[in-house]
Design a protein around this ligand. Sequence first.
Ligand code: F3S
Length: 282
Amino acid sequence: MKVILAKKAGFCFGVQRAIDMVYDEANEPNKNIYTYGPIIHNEEVVSDLESKGVKAINFDEGELKGLNDCTVVIRSHGVAKNIYDDLERKNVNVVDATCPFVKKIHEIVQKESEDGKTIIIVGSEYHPEVQGIKGWVKGDAFIVDEEADARGLDIDKETPVCIVSQTTYNPQKFAKLVEIIREKGYDSNVVNTICNATNERQTEAKEIAKKVDAMIVIGGKNSSNTQKLYEICKNECENTYYIQTAKDLDFDEVRKYDKIGITAGASTPKNIIEEVHTECQR
Ligand code: F3S
């Protein structure tokens, strides 16, 4: 029996990096560590970190005030500039785990807005990454998520605009929204800041699913990127299983196949993937 484990299964580079940075901090003795919001949407990882004394806090002004003599880790989504300023004023040790691809967007919008451009962010308004990007813009930023938002933009035509995207945005939707904005006649500089991690994970999963007799997709039930991976694999391979952990799978049934593929959604920890991989090979 052959088992193919997707290289891009699970955490993307930016999330893995952020998690490694938190664990590095947690391994230092006597440190008071907070993460600015949960480091990842995975309860197992968050509670493991809690057991090591790392607290995930959604800081509001009040909570920020109470902080001193501690380390705050900024997660891969990044945060607005004023949050850094607040933390700096408090003399808190900041560990910045913002994904470098997100940091790059902060730099772009900061520079372009300082140069007098109006910034348009294509993304979901309440997503923390978008909130963070918005917080690096000098002046106003417009957030566009639906075609109606793009059509309704009312920016002075004399002002050049710079369009960036949330890293996890759908590329087709981004292209469509950019087209609508351009048709309105703005002098626009479009910087496609969509990250390839999701696309690469999906493309690899599809290739593997084509070649195997059974495909296992691991990830949270409510994880939309895992659901998408499942759909892609199911289209290529009828025997596709969607599981959250190794406990959900009847391995005796799966082992009867000659070739098995394994992939996992963006918030699935390595140990869960490895457990499934090992069980398949038993
Ligand atoms: Fe991950 Fe960074 Fe891309 S967090 S999805 S590698 S932008």
